[in-house]
Design a protein around this ligand. Structure first.
Ligand code: ATP
Length: 506
């Protein structure tokens, strides 16, 4: 189970700093102690195997303690963004049959509203103080007192350990059930390609509730005896640079939009970020020109690009610096223990260089979507995870992700993936972010409409941008309209939301 990862590390690196958050440090020994103490208390309060337990916290040491403690109790962790509004929170509690909520005293106001509402099967809300102290919520009496937590009540490898939500770039986030085995196998495979050392310092700046934060950063750091530097959700590029400088961060994970923001930072040279030895980016396509820019700037660091999705716990492939620069547009080879194939629309496996749906097989593939049998069967048909992403494999087994079925634009009968156009737009000097989508057109069915955000203080000539598109895209992929916008809305994991209202700059 996931808890054992921490237990093992604490044996070997007991006095290393496990987590550092706003200048508060905990060693592995202390973290393990706090987790066990909390698990004992939660177990006494009634939390047990089979219960769905929400952790409603921001990035904090308490989140990590609650995470491992729930896992040790054998219950299922449901990490949730606190500030989603009371109605959405209530809906999640009811739909996901949540029995307990663990949160921080500072969020008491948010949850006090639960007293006036129908909360389904909710039996208790616990407020955590530092170091695993628990305060009961008073509105519901905790009646079921069970014996101390024991390994026999703890979860088995195939039980759902966690329900994670996808980013919500295309639709409402889906509740994805992952087992202990799914998570542990992915943590081990990521560790295998990252080759971390206990001296590494890993900066976690994204919302901690996502698959990439939990598996790829928090757990990968803790299993390798490294120090996890936690900060509040999505700080500015300046603050990230400041943190890397101050904490001498060695490993940094980010979605491409964030790296672009860092590269375009006015005072980038003022910060000492030479300690960075690994930059792992993932989660969306990135223009080849941006990768070259990154490689030129971070000459000393290993750049690793990955492909993945929450349903795969999340990592599927990786590619390191040299190959990344050689194989333009590739997201790499499968991580250890995982295989990837490409399917046609009848489910037949396609050969090299043929484009189709990306399918994944491996110990990381999810158990299913919570209470959604139909979607689960579709996604896991034939024992493969059908990702909904389109791509191909080259003859050396390197994956190229070209787009996503859901984002497909059909213009005059031609299939167009907006991700390719976005990459081209992002390759134009001055363009910081780009969103391309289909918008209804009477004649062609859909028009290709592009929205771009420019880097700070940048001005571009729209006609030149259009020429750049003409030079780099087939004629039917050239956007009919290109608009400048001030900003693009992002998900909590930093990815651009596809459906959003946009105000263009005239
Ligand atoms: P939702 O399913 O709720 O719309 P989401 O798909 O963004 O949200 P995630 O699981 O966070 O949720 O993201 C996985 C998706 O991100 C993949 O299916 C793929 O479309 C995209 N993605 C991830 N890595 C890459 C990559 N290297 N290149 C291109 N796209 C990528």
């Amino acid at each position: 189970m996931i808890f054992h990862l921490l237990e093992q590390t604490a044996k070997v690196h007991s006095d290393n700093i496990a987590v550092c958050c706003q200048h508060r440090n905990v060693t592995y020994k202390e973290l393990l102690f706090n987790v066990k103490k909390l698990a004992e208390r939660l177990s006494l309060k009634g939390i047990q195997k089979g219960d769905n337990v929400i952790i409603a916290m921001d990035n904090s040491i308490e989140f990590i303690e609650a995470f491992f403690a729930i896992n040790l109790c054998g219950a299922t962790i449901v990490p949730l963004y606190v500030n989603m509004g009371i109605h959405k929170l209530l809906n999640v509690v009811k739909f996901y049959d949540v029995k307990y909520i663990i949160t921080l005293s500072k969020f008491e106001k948010v949850f006090s509203a639960f007293q006036q509402n129908d909360c389904g099967i909710l039996s208790g809300i616990f407020y955590l103080k530092n170091g695993g102290e628990v305060d009961d919520c008073r509105f519901i009496e905790i009646s079921s007192i069970v014996s101390e937590v024991s390994q026999t009540c703890a979860g088995k490898e195939a039980d759902p350990a966690i329900i994670l939500f996808s980013s919500g770039t295309t639709q409402m986030p889906k509740g994805i059930m992952l087992s202990n085995h799914n998570i542990v196998s992915n943590v081990m495979a990521i560790s295998d390609y990252l080759k971390l050392i206990p001296e590494d310092k890993i900066l976690l700046i994204k919302n901690i509730n996502h698959a990439s934060s939990i598996t790829g950063e928090m757990l990968v750091s803790l299993v390798n005896g490294c120090t996890l530097v936690l900060t509040s959700n999505m700080p500015t590029a300046s603050l990230i640079l400041q943190l890397i400088d101050e904490y001498k961060v060695t490993v940094f994970f980010a979605v491409p939009t964030l790296l672009t923001a860092i590269l375009g930072h006015r005072n980038l040279e003022q910060y000492n970020i030479s300690t960075l030895r690994i930059i792992n980016f993932y989660g969306a396509s990135i223009a080849a020109s941006k990768i070259r820019e990154l490689a030129d700037h971070f000459v000393w660091a290993n750049l690793i690009y990955s492909y993945g999705l929450t349903e795969a716990a999340p990592r599927v492939t990786y590619i390191e610096r040299d190959e990344l620069l050689k194989r333009e547009g590739s997201s790499g080879v499968p991580i250890k223990g995982v295989s990837v194939c490409i399917l046609d629309n009848k489910g037949k496996v396609l050969g090299p260089d043929q484009s189709g749906e990306i399918a994944v097989k491996g110990p990381n593939v999810m158990l299913g979507y919570y209470k959604n049998e139909e979607l689960t069967c579709k996604a896991l048909k034939g024992g493969l995870l059908h990702t909904g992403d389109i791509g191909c494999l080259d003859s050396d087994g390197y994956l190229y992700v070209t787009g996503r079925k859901d984002n497909l634009i059909i213009r005059s009968g031609k299939n167009i993936y907006p991700e390719e156009i976005e990459s081209v737009l992002m390759g134009f000097k001055g363009v910081k972010e780009a969103l391309v989508r289909g918008e209804a057109d009477e004649l062609a069915g859909e028009d290709i409409v592009a929205y771009v955000v420019l880097g700070e203080g940048r001005k571009i000539n729209m006609r030149e941008l259009l020429m750049h598109c003409k030079d780099n895209l087939e004629d039917y992929k050239i956007p009919q309209k290109i608009f400048e916008v001030e900003q693009l809305e992002k998900t909590l994991s930093g990815k651009i939301v596809r459906k959003q209202d946009l105000k263009t700059i005239m």
